[in-house]
Design a protein around this ligand. Structure first.
Ligand code: SF4
Ligand code: SF4
Length: 446
């Protein structure tokens, strides 16, 4: 597999041996057949004649990703409040969190709409992608509907396509919500289920400890004929083994055909010694042990894939991908992961107060806010924007074959765990497992 061009070849043992010879740098005289095979491999980019040229092409590729104007992507956090008391999250209905957590006002929403309209004129994208996220975005529905409807008018007037995505815990999801968003470009709803019924109810209860699984599933049932449903889940050492049972449950539901994607990722927790016993050691998310900038754990760090750190988790993710695929649900293949949106200039995350961030993983970390929708430019904004502008952790990755799809890994994880935005946060084991799995599928198919 060539991760740059996505060319894929199933080759015979002798071609594999030839590649090993090349890899080992054992120069010898090639036979005519070998020469022919090498020419085919070179034509498809599996071997390159010139490392410097390949490096230049990588630079050009990342520059083109950064400047791409095909899409304008905006993630809006309508609130940081949440109606759940998830076991692994500092947000939500714990203590007095919701009395202090930010909630977007209508006035800020109006200013965001104006800011997006100006961006649409500046960027002239083919499509505008608007994602609602939180906290729990359905706790601030007036702002959500206002933004979706006004920006639909704005895109229609400019001949730009618009796709709305909603990431929700599912508790307040109703047919009315879908019916209101559908005419303004609703593409899909992502809902989190953390394992089978008992496990989910333990991981994602209401404040009083009541389970939420049955109600969420009932809500999915009621909306499944109206929109595409994507299921996400956050696992830790105590819950990972319950996911096959969740998959079995989902496959039996009449709404299973409406499920367009299933993908699971590890819970992100504070590092040892702060993490309670029994948790998988996961990505550190801040010196104070708080989650990724107060963004909901449901999605932070996962817009494209893996933000975990250890091989055990990499293996568990490969296991859950296989289990998901076995039951016929579409899922991530573990290879085609990025580059994620932090590498795109025209992808923005906007917090409840109108602050701008490079990606959802940095929301709420004011020192790393890159600006504000009202155009104010403080020194800290300029400093942060310059840091994100220079991002190129992949330059540390030498000859790694996964650079085009990984770009050096999750920047949020690198910042939190390694204290440096520009160091790779490496999940090569996970990518290799993904390639192996793709290879097995291709070999079986052929
Ligand atoms: S840097 Fe990490 S959290 Fe941010 S968009 Fe990329 S993968 Fe997601
Ligand atoms: S972070 Fe690891 S897998 Fe990603 S490009 Fe760098 S070396 Fe490769």
């Amino acid at each position: 597999m060539n991760t740059f061009s996505d060319a894929q070849l199933v080759v015979s043992q002798d071609v594999a041996a030839l590649l090993d010879d090349l890899d080992g740098g054992r120069p010898r005289r090639w036979t005519d057949d070998e020469r022919e095979a090498l020419d085919v491999l070179e034509a498809h980019g599996f071997i390159v004649g010139d490392r410097d040229g390949e490096r230049r092409r990588l630079e050009e590729y990342f520059a083109s990703v950064r400047e791409d104007r095909d899409q304008l992507r905006v993630t809006v956090l309508t609130t940081l409040q949440c109606n759940f008391a998830c076991d692994y999250c500092y947000q939500g209905d714990h203590g007095d969190y919701n009395t202090t957590a930010a909630k977007m006002s209508m006035d800020t929403a109006a200013r965001i709409a104006r800011w997006v309209e100006a961006k649409l004129d500046e960027v002239s994208p083919r499509t505008f992608h608007l994602t609602f996220f939180g906290g729990e975005p359905l706790l601030n529905q007036p702002v959500m509907f206002y933004l979706a409807e006004r920006l639909w008018q704005a895109t229609q007037a400019r001949g730009v396509g618009m796709v709305v995505n909603l990431i929700t815990n599912g508790l307040l999801l109703t047919p009315d919500v879908i019916d209101r968003l559908k005419p303004v470009g609703l593409g899909g709803v992502k809902i989190t289920l953390d394992g089978d019924r008992d496990t989910h109810d333990r991981m994602r209860p209401l404040r009083g400890g009541q389970g939420t699984f049955d109600r969420i599933v009932e809500n999915i049932r009621r909306v499944a004929d109206r929109c595409a449903i994507s299921i996400g889940g956050n696992f830790d050492a105590s819950s990972v083994d319950s996911y096959p049972a969740l998959l079995d449950f989902l496959v039996e539901q009449e709404f299973s055909k409406a499920i367009t994607k299933v993908s699971f990722k590890p819970v992100i927790k504070a590092p040892e010694p702060a993490a309670p016993k029994g948790l998988i050691p996961l990505t550190a998310v801040g010196a104070d042990g708080r989650p990724l900038g107060a963004t909901c754990m449901t999605s932070a760090g996962s817009s494209t894939g893996a933000c975990d750190t250890c091989h055990f988790v990499d293996e568990k993710m490969a296991f859950l991908r296989d289990e998901t695929r076995k039951r016929g649900f579409p899922t991530l293949d573990g290879v085609h992961m990025g580059p994620c949106e932090i590498h795109r200039r025209h992808a923005y995350t906007i917090g409840p107060d109108g602050s701008l961030y490079a990606c959802p993983g940095f929301t709420g970390q004011y020192a790393l806010s890159t600006g504000h929708i009202d155009g104010r430019e403080e020194a800290r904004h300029r400093t942060a924007a310059a840091r994100f502008e220079r991002l190129a952790a992949w330059k540390e990755c030498q000859d790694c074959a996964f650079i085009p799809v990984c770009a050096g890994g999750c920047t949020t994880a690198a910042h939190a765990e390694l204290g440096d935005l520009n160091r790779p946060s490496c999940h090569k084991v996970s990518f290799e497992a993904g390639v192996r799995s793709l290879a097995v599928q291709a070999a079986s198919a052929s």
